[in-house]
Design a protein. Structure first.
Length: 423
């Protein structure tokens, strides 16, 4: 019999240990609340662990933090914890359920579609879908209404944390336009994890400035759109949103009113028409763009491969990306490095500057399969499995040595292993 790649019971145990009663924290200490895209990915793990009700509950709990305007925040502070900074008092959001004031890559609808399709309890699946769909649709309409008020087709992001890829080298230039926070604060992350695997203070000072900026502007969407010193069209968010639009529209058939679906269809079509502006001819890949300068952000990163997942690349662009992936994997053979290893900014162990992240690899493999590039998809899967060889489920992996980095016993790594790498 084929030996399993990892211990399934261990992966399941991680979800159970990180379950704080309806929501799953990513890892103990470092991230003691519910995070937006972590929750979606983790729900896939709950499903695979055979607990369908718990999978749906994860998403219900996430939507408890949804704002009246439709935004699903990136952190939901369901309960107090003193091991994380910045907590709810720094964000200053006064809603009944305390949250942050930004969002995160909206993989939610794509996960809802998977849960709905894979659910064995059909009555539960129908009931939960009907319950969640209005909130998920409101979330997508929020992205386009608030983050693309000029109808460019390309939504924008106000904070590196919103990209989920906090310290990607892609954000180095736009962050130069952001002042540093002018008060002393104590980071908690470097108390849990080696500082060599986390962002620098220079970046944190700017992350915190932006948090203060949203609060100072009373979370006013128009004002923030006009004056935020960081406003980026993030190719990762745009691609994940586009894929999620397609998935959501399939789920909406005969279930949700035509005005919303028509509006979303139009926005999605605008994205597809506009995506060429984020293709870099000289790098032969997709990139993000700083909307304040109009400049493309010339970093070859895993975000630039996500248009395959979003089905936004032309066949020629997909072929060019695929070719690039060859040397990418050869020089950093554990998973797909978050920054191309040939890049001057590549650091194989530092968070989003080079480690590989299994949930991203999953999306990329799905995208490659969609374009018929199944050999490369299989290779991405194989190098992702290699990260699990030591039997642990880390937040991310050093893409050159395969060593686990960041938080340990990590929910989304366990979940993606269960969902994708179990065979
Ligand atoms: C952190 O605190 O590192 C998170 O990535 C913010 O979402």
């Amino acid at each position: 019999m084929k030996k399993p790649v990892f211990d399934i019971d261990h992966a399941t145990r991680i979800l159970r240990n990180n379950d704080l009663g309806g929501y799953t924290i990513p890892t103990q200490g470092l991230y003691p609340f519910q995070w937006n895209w972590d929750a979606a990915i983790t729900a896939l793990g709950w499903m695979e662990a055979g607990d369908e009700a718990r999978a749906w509950l994860e998403l219900e709990m996430l939507l408890k933090g949804q704002w009246d305007n439709g935004m699903v925040p990136h952190i939901i502070f369901h309960a107090d914890a003193d091991t994380y900074f910045p907590g709810p008092e720094v964000w200053g959001v006064e809603n009944a359920v305390k949250t942050s004031a930004i969002s995160q890559p909206p993989v939610l609808a794509s996960v809802v579609k998977i849960l709905f399709e894979q659910g064995k309890d059909r009555a539960l699946a129908e009931q939960k879908l009907a319950q969640l769909l209005p909130g998920v649709m409101a979330y997508h309409l929020w992205w386009y209404r608030e983050r693309d008020p000029e109808n460019t087709g390309l939504v924008c992001s106000y904070h590196p944390w919103e990209s989920g890829m906090d310290n990607s080298p892609a954000w180095d230039h736009p962050l130069e336009n952001v002042p540093a926070a002018d008060w002393e604060y104590t980071r908690r992350d470097t108390g849990h994890v080696d500082a060599a695997e986390r962002p620098h203070k220079h970046q944190y000072d700017r992350y915190i400035y932006l948090v203060d900026f949203f609060k100072r502007n009373h979370f006013d969407s128009d004002l923030i759109y006009q004056t935020c010193p960081y406003r980026v069209q993030d190719i990762g968010i745009i691609s994940i949103l586009h894929r999620a639009n397609t998935d959501l529209l399939v789920l909406c058939q005969n279930r949700i009113d035509n005005d919303s679906t028509r509006s979303l269809q139009q926005s999605s079509a605008r994205t597809a028409a506009a995506i060429g502006a984020l293709w870099s001819e000289d790098l032969n890949c997709f990139v993000s763009r700083d909307t304040l300068t109009g400049a493309q952000l010339k970093t070859i990163s895993c975000a630039g491969v996500l248009p395959l997942f979003g089905e936004l690349a032309s066949p020629a662009q997909a072929a060019a990306i695929n070719e690039n992936l060859g040397s990418w994997i050869e020089d950093a053979p554990f998973g797909l490095a978050s920054t191309h290893p040939h890049s001057e900014t590549f650091e194989p162990q530092r968070y989003w500057r080079g480690p590989s992240w299994l949930h991203i690899n999953w999306m990329i493999a799905l995208g490659l399969d969609t374009y018929g590039l199944s050999e490369r998809a299989a290779q991405i899967k194989q190098v992702s499995k290699a990260c699990l060889a030591n039997g642990d489920f880390w937040e991310y992996y050093n893409s050159v040595s395969g060593e686990g980095c960041g938080g340990g016993e990590f929910s989304w790594t366990a979940a993606i292993a269960l969902h994708w790498l179990k065979d």
